[in-house]
Design a protein around this ligand. Sequence first.
Ligand code: KIV
Length: 263
Amino acid sequence: MNGLNFVLAKKSRGEKIAMLTAYDYSMAVLLEKSGVDIILVGDSLANVVLGLDSTVQVGMEVMLHHTRAVLRGAIQTPVVADMPFEAYQPEGADALFHARRFMDIGCAAVKVEWFGRCLDVVELLVKAGVPVVGHIGLTPQTAEQLGGFKVQGRDAASAEAIKEQAMSLERAGCLALVLECVPETLAQAITRGLKIPTIGIGAGKHCDGQVLVVHDLLGFNNRKVPKFAKKYADLGAVIETAARQYTQEVKTGEFPGQEHSFR
Ligand code: KIV
């Protein structure tokens, strides 16, 4: 298991941190080859892999199943697992039991989203020696309470509240913070004010690192892609074209050819 302590050194050297999500073995192997610093098994797998509407719909068993697959492919790269809603939000005391299940299979840390009793949960985990990444700004598990999937911290009061959350999570022992969908200037102020690194998604360029959902980056997301995601490839089109060609060749008898057959 590779730890996450290197992120603090990266921040102090001014080196950016690159994190991407993965949900299976093959993707983890490729991301590791790419040199990405951290792989996140995000509960976004609810949306991009399972076709569900909300991340709240994935639970521990599904997260563990995908995290194990990612860990088989990510030999050197630290893997962070998202704590699913059911593991800590209804009952904070369950958090340690579930976090340990991720740590026991080889994760470097768990990620928890901000909610009313977030600090209690983080303190519980940190005291027990579990490395924790916090997640503030737009927190999809409680997006309804935030008025939906919108940029957070646009007015002075909510910006102040998010800054407070950031500082309290650092004090509680988080080793990094994901900042999702907040104005660039707010992310910059938070990043400057913290010793621990910020990893932005829709939070502008001043964060200490960036994270994207890998399906968005690859053009492999059949759903609405957020404005902040940059598409580096069009894998969706590549897959569709390949599958169409295969279907045609099966129908015309062109596939399988002699070279794909045994004599
Ligand atoms: O679930 C996820 O993929 C995440 C990232 C978007 C940060 O939490």
